[in-house]
Design a protein around this ligand. Structure first.
Ligand code: DAH
Length: 339
């Protein structure tokens, strides 16, 4: 019987060590230690033994039961640990994998320069005014001293919705809205889209952007206009930038001028960018015509004002040395990513 017990032990140890599943170990426990197991079967025959043999065999059987129990438990722990490690390995994230790049958008060059210009004017105490792009003839032309059939209307042909309503050709219309609604002192700029029925080429587009400026107060002179524009241009194009005022005509200003900046390429010597001129034309300006002020209910005996209108596209192409204005509207990322 002793021999049988030892055989069971060695058999159990052998089978346990070669078992590689938890389910398999459970089966082994039943097979060797269960109620109908091999060890129990042997112990049932204890009654056949002599009184001296019984305690000896009993002790041995208990020791073997304990040994088998220990071996199976140990193996069970080992398999559970392995299973846990495999689960962790399967669920882990490989943080060394390269991530998916997210490309960040940026501002369009027109927005970049517009924001810069707004910032500069706000630093000089201007606020930003908005006005409608669909406009009455009155605000776009008539109130600006451009009555029906005025020849200057020909240079600003636009898109009409009715005889009386059109897409604005200039942000100057905002001057009238502001003066109708606000008492001097007035100091505003007004950026926005304008429309003209021009064919598209390197320097023309039926939609483009202007930034209007208007200052109305007591004692405003052309010197204020010049100082304001000089400050703007030096901040935008650097301290070496010079401005030049040339006499011109606009119906809504008197006197009127066109304003040029010294060429950013050659500094004024003359080159291909400025076509030998040394200067580049950027905007129109002047002292607000008394008819315009009076039409908006402003007393011209007390107040005077200056105004200007600059073409944003022109400022951007000059700033970044862009040869064709169409590039600004094509949404080609190869172009836009450069800013
Ligand atoms: N509105 C003019 C244009 O589109 C530009 C302009 C000229 C605006 C003189 C002004 C100004 O305010 O005083 O050509």
């Amino acid at each position: 019987m002793k021999q049988q017990l030892e055989n069971i032990e060695s058999e159990a140890i052998k089978e346990t060590s070669s078992c590689d599943s938890i389910k398999g170990l459970d089966d082994l426990r039943v097979k060797f230690l269960g109620k109908k197991g091999e060890l129990t079967a042997i112990l049932k025959q204890m009654g056949k033994l002599s009184a001296e043999e019984r305690p000896v065999i009993g002790q041995l059987a208990n020791k073997i039961r304990q040994d088998i129990e220990n071996v199976i438990t140990e193996k069970m722990n080992e398999l559970k640990e392995k299973e846990q490690a495999a689960k962790i390995a399967a669920e882990s994230i490989d943080i060394t994998l390269p991530g998916k790049p997210q490309s960040l958008g940026k501002l369009h060059p027109l927005s970049i320069v517009e924001n810069e210009i707004k910032e500069i004017f706000m630093g000089m105490g201007f606020s930003v005014a908005d006005g409608p792009e669909v406009e009455y003839d009155y605000y776009n032309f008539e109130a600006l001293n451009l009555p029906p059939d005025h020849p200057a209307r020909d240079t600003q042909d636009t898109f009409y919705i009715t005889d009386n309503i059109l897409l604005r050709t200039q942000t100057s219309s905002v001057q009238v809205h502001v003066m109708e609604n606000q008492k001097p002192p007035i100091r505003i700029i007004s950026p926005g889209r304008v429309y003209r029925s021009d064919a598209v080429d390197a320097t023309h587009s039926p939609i483009f952007h202007q930034i209007e400026g208007l200052v109305v107060d007591k004692g405003i002179t052309m010197a204020d206009l010049k100082g304001t524009l000089e400050t703007l241009m030096k901040k935008l194009y650097g301290d070496d930038c010079k401005i030049r005022l040339r006499p011109h005509h606009f119906p809504f200003t008197e006197p009127s001028c066109e304003v040029d900046i010294s060429c950013y390429m050659c500094g004024g010597k003359g080159c291909s960018v400025c076509k030998g001129e040394g200067y580049i034309e950027l905007l129109g300006a002047g002292m607000v015509h008394p008819k315009v002020l009076a039409g908006c209910g402003i007393d011209t005996e007390i107040y005077s004002g200056f105004a200007f209108g600059l073409g944003l596209e022109r400022m951007v192409t000059a700033r970044y040395d862009i040869s064709d204005m169409r590039l600004l509207y094509e949404n080609d990322l190869r172009f836009l990513e450069q800013f």
